[in-house]
Write a protein that binds this ligand. Sequence first.
Ligand code: PMP
Length: 319
Amino acid sequence: MEIGSIIIYRSGKFVKYEDAKVGMLTHGLNYGTGCFEGIRGYWNEAHGQLYFFRLAEHYERLTASAKLLMIDLKDSVEDMCAHTTELVRRNGFRVNVYVRPLAFKSAEEVGVRLHNVPDDFSITAVPSKAYFDPNAGLRACISSWRRVDDNVAPARAKLTGIYVNSALAKSEAIKNGFDEAIMLNSEGHVAEGSAQNIFIVRDGVVITPPVSDGILEGITRRSLLEVCRTELHLPTAERSIGRSELYVADEVFLAGTAVEVTGVIEVDHRPVGEGKIGPITAALGGLYRSITLGEVSRFRHWLTPSYPVAARKLGAAAS
Ligand code: PMP
């Protein structure tokens, strides 16, 4: 499918991607005054259904990001969820999709500020492919770039301008021969990857930095903590992680909408554990995949189906 002919949602209407333009002076483009989401939809061939993973939670986070930027989202969370499933139906997607909602300051004028600037909103859905090979395991490095401090720009929100920080770290890592960057915060604690939250496993405890350590409040992160506790019966901890803990951890993995659960097998040239994907990472990754495909009934409430659910199934769910 040609990107230009994909139907997107823009300023309250469904239009062709190629007809949705922005001008050169657009505030968000010049000053990074926008916020966005990344949402995955999983096509389950056997169910004939496309499931969005934690759709409302993504739009709740977008609403919080917009508030930080003084953007007044006209659409409610329910409206945005409905537009997203409508996009799938209008485009007839029967493959995995990646959805990119974007709220941005749309004034075409010079002048950096947040207040009294009009805004615009779009949702674009495109067919998606795997970000990393989930079985390969990544080689990561500690970035020379620190994660933005909350008093510089709030990393907890998904703000477009902040992604310069991620891009600097990612390109440095790739150019130096690694697969991914791990950023420390201004205090030197482990924060997160360029676009993923980070977890370590030590002595059977699954540990991830707290949201007060300058990280994006990841939806996958939150979901995995719950899955660890309720399904794998593993103790979890949200606490600061020191850089050298990565070198001695039994397992390290990254988690996010795009990367799902991806093992890190090397950090700064030191093998993590035995230098291969660890058992907890593998178990969690497998379970996460099944959950996103709608195969685990206990977590079906995390999914939003895009196509009408057969009446027979609705009846069964109600009984
Ligand atoms: N951190 C950053 C900087 C990210 O861009 C992402 C991707 N949204 C994540 C963490 C993971 O967040 P989520 O699980 O909500 O996708």
